[in-house]
Design a protein around this ligand. Structure first.
Ligand code: DCP
Ligand code: MG
Length: 441
């Protein structure tokens, strides 16, 4: 069965989707529409709860331009997704000069099979035993026990090593890309349309060069996906793993989804996939040919609309550090708990100043000021306030930090940590190319 794209050159579509339904990764961040611009907000860890948040966001898909054969049209982007192979395990193998042919499992202590934690990742030799990320480490041990019962080598892992390797790789990746976005410790999106002049073959060659550089300069192998949208690029980088490159040209999207399991689409979790399978849909094309209306009746309009867009290749192709970065923050833990709140406020001011300097360098502004206070005994509170429009004025945020601290700090309590975070970030599109990668502190 051949899939025909629903996309029409002049089709305009209003796409409405509740935020919670899609993974953060695929939410068009900058297009959130809030009912009340200056609402009170409550923040708990990274989860932001808006009192009066609109349930939906709306995005218009653009009218597409007529295409020039063999090259990307002005609006059609060439995106690259890079994902390192068995990342933590590969770094450990490199660092400890281990044999890559022997099964290596990174995760919590297996305690001879009684450990209660999970596996972070494992190398491909361990995957041959059926071991996977997020599997209970006791299950991993059952499949491939460690010394002296079996060949498994279990390591707890060291974040510092992974961060360092990640930084080296990201440095290589961001060099050629006008738009670069680190999406996690081992993956990044690049928009290379301009660099390769809209030429998909040149994009392939560029990925090969980057792959070689990462291997030669850092010692790690990476896989690349090249496609017109983020979600397609991400799916492509999985196809030829490890050390693979896979490309989906705009007119190959339908073929790509033929016979491909719905479960492989990022954003379709086990629950949704099981539900769809119960209705008889296991592959993407089976669900797609139903059409938006019929699928919507069963699985919900929003899901149906989104799936159609994934297959039509009309989901987001925006690459911007703002998509992955939710805030810029700095915090300080005191070597001994502080009772002098004036002194702590001074530290908070300097942290706030540092955050605003950083945001200015990055060309980013923000709408949300958040102060974090941790008391003796680890009790932690965060207090936030938003302003109507995004700004990068240090004075505004210094005043907000002062206010939030003064009105919320509990008198006579020892303070263990103080921090400031700028959230609800915004960045004019023209500044995006100036954005430099920087790690969260
Ligand atoms: N990770 C983790 N816990 C998980 C999943 C991943 O700690 N449940 C860590 C370990 C991985 C790293 O994140 O090395 C990157 O995740 P990936 O999903 O990209 O997995 P890998 O890079 O290990 O393997 P692959 O070759 O499939 O990309
Ligand atoms: Mg990976």
């Amino acid at each position: 069965m051949r899939l025909l794209s629903h996309a029409h050159p002049h089709r305009k579509k209003l796409f409405s989707q509740p935020l919670e339904d899609l993974p953060r990764e695929f939410q068009p961040l900058e297009k959130l529409v809030y009912l009340t611009p200056n609402m009170e907000i409550h923040i708990c860890e990274e989860y932001i709860n808006f009192k009066h948040r609109s349930q939906h966001y709306h995005t218009m898909s653009e009218e597409s331009e007529p295409q020039i054969e063999g090259s990307a049209s002005p609006r059609e982007r060439i995106l690259v997704h890079c994902d390192l192979d068995a990342f933590f395990a590969a770094v450990e193998i490199l660092h400890h000069d281990l044999d890559p042919e022997k099964p290596l499992i990174i995760g919590s202590d297996p305690q001879g099979g009684r450990g209660r934690g999970i596996v972070s990742t494992c190398n491909y030799a361990a995957r041959a035993f059926g071991i996977r990320s997020a599997m209970p480490v006791s299950e991993a041990w059952r499949r491939c026990p460690g010394h002296p019962f079996g060949p498994g080598h279990y390591i707890r892992g060291s974040r510092g090593l992974y961060s360092r390797a990640s930084r080296q790789v990201m440095q290589i990746l961001k060099e050629p890309a006008q738009h670069f976005e680190k999406a996690s410790i081992d993956e990044a999106y690049l928009d290379v349309t301009e660099q390769v002049n809209g030429d998909w073959d040149a994009a392939y060659a560029l990925c090969r060069t980057l792959q070689d550089r990462i291997e030669n300069e850092v010692g790690l192998t990476a896989s690349f996906g090249i496609a017109p949208t983020r979600i397609l690029a991400k799916m492509s980088s999985e196809v030829n793993k490890p050390k693979g490159i896979f490309r989906i040209l705009p007119d190959e999207i339908g073929d790509f989804f033929e016979g491909r399991s719905l479960r492989e689409v990022p954003g379709i979790g086990p629950k949704r996939a099981t539900q769809l399978a119960e209705w008889g849909f296991v592959t993407v094309d089976e669900a797609y040919v139903l059409g938006e209306l019929a699928l919507g009746r069963m699985a919900g309009e929003r899901f149906a609309s989104w799936l159609m867009q994934v297959v039509d290749g009309t989901t987001s192709s925006e690459v911007s550090q703002l998509r992955s970065r939710k805030s810029i923050g700095k915090e300080r833990t005191f070597s001994s708990d502080q009772t002098d709140h004036e002194a702590v406020l001074e530290v908070l001011r300097s942290l706030t100043d540092g955050v605003l300097k950083r945001s200015k360098e990055m060309g980013i502004s923000g709408r949300l000021a958040e102060v974090k206070i941790r008391y003796t005994g680890f009790e932690t509170h965060t207090h936030g306030r938003s302003i109507p429009v995004a700004m990068d004025e240090p004075d505004v945020f210094l005043r907000l930090a002062d206010y939030l601290f003064a009105t919320n700090v509990q008198p006579n309590r020892g303070l263990r940590l103080v921090g400031f975070r700028l959230g609800q970030l915004d960045m004019p599109p023209t500044r995006q190319s100036m954005l430099l990668l920087s790690e969260e502190e």
